[in-house]
Design a protein around this ligand. Structure first.
Ligand code: NAP
Length: 293
């Protein structure tokens, strides 16, 4: 008999089993099913997590099926995180601000959308003993992940967030959503970024630069300007240690790898579906097993 892939926990399904789905396109390589099924098994919950490949034209029917089939909820991934919002009954305030949903909870036929990505990133920092409150942060990138992370950093009361991207306009646009808050946007080639780096407590790569297969890429950073105590994070988890993190490690910085955010967003989704505390360590270990395999 063929062996299951790394991290896969055999699941026994009965008529009482609650089902959680993953809506994405494609979903074949997702690590979430093994991660969530390991967490359900560890928590002794009669739940199972099933990936569903949903093409963009089938998204409305797939969301309707969450109600029709009585799923407990779902995760939503690329390319549906924005488009799915129009088919839901309610959107949590945080997800509305971010403009994307990655988690749906089925409250007796009423579908509510949440976004756990940013809070998942904060959880990954907390797990590594990194203090966010009062910290000065430099965030590289101004796309969807950066949007979720900025929001969560401000909710966690970071002192200041500098968004730096190849397009200064996009960085300023994102910062502009938080008028009154301590956020600014800048072109990452601008000299002023070096000044922010000297005072930076947390430096984050939220671009895909360095993601497999283009593992030699990394965002431009003036390492000699970066505060020696700065914690350096990458949202990329494949590879686990990106070139950006290798360079930071070689300079003696504490690093935070991207699988922690994936485990964190999953743990928060688990809590929304089951109303139970998620086994974060089990989820992170499942991801590490899968990444090493
Ligand atoms: P996105 O919406 O496409 O945004 C990507 C950002 O990176 C944009 O600011 C984009 O700039 C910039 N960028 C892209 N290619 C670039 C290049 N060649 N040079 C300079 N800048 C470039 O993507 P995203 O959803 O934010 O995802 C960003 C990264 O986070 C991805 O690697 C993704 O895998 C990772 N991620 C990880 C998790 C996790 O759980 N660990 C969750 C979400 C995302 P332009 O706007 O100018 O193109």
């Amino acid at each position: 008999m063929a062996r299951p892939p790394a991290g896969v926990v055999p699941v026994s399904v009965s008529g009482a089993t609650r089902v959680v789905g993953l809506l994405g396109w494609p979903v074949e390589h997702s690590m979430s099913p093994a991660m969530h099924n390991a967490a359900f098994a560890n928590a002794g919950l009669d739940y199972t997590y099933v990936p569903f490949p949903v093409s963009p034209e089938n998204l409305p029917q797939a969301v309707a099926a969450i109600r029709a089939l009585g799923l407990a909820g779902a995760n939503v991934t690329i390319p549906h995180k924005v488009a799915v919002m129009q088919y839901l009954d309610d959107i949590d305030e945080g997800a509305r601000k971010i403009g994307a949903v990655n988690t749906i909870v089925n409250n007796q036929g009423r579908l509510v959308g949440y976004n756990t990505d940013g809070q998942g990133f904060i959880q990954s920092l907390v797990e590594q003993g990194v203090r966010v409150t009062d910290s000065k942060v430099v965030l590289l990138g101004a796309g969807g992940a950066a949007r979720a992370v900025v929001d969560a950093l401000l909710s966690a009361r970071a002192a200041f967030v500098t968004i730096a991207a190849r397009s200064g306009d996009k960085a300023r646009d994102l910062a502009g959503n938080y008028s009154g808050a301590d956020v600014s946007g800048i072109d990452w080639q601008h000299d002023r970024l070096s000044r922010q780096l000297t005072e930076c407590d947390i430096l984050i790569n939220a671009t895909p630069l360095g993601m497999s297969p283009e593992v030699d890429l990394m965002p431009p950073v003036n390492w000699s300007a970066l505060c020696s105590k700065s914690v350096v994070c990458d949202l990329i988890y494949n590879p686990l240690i990106t070139r950006f993190l290798q360079q930071a490690q070689a300079r003696g910085h504490q690093i935070v790898t991207g699988e922690g955010m994936l485990a964190g967003q999953g743990a928060l989704a688990f809590q929304l579906w089951t109303k139970r505390r998620a086994p974060y360590e089990v989820m992170a270990a499942s991801l590490l097993d899968q990444l090493k395999a």
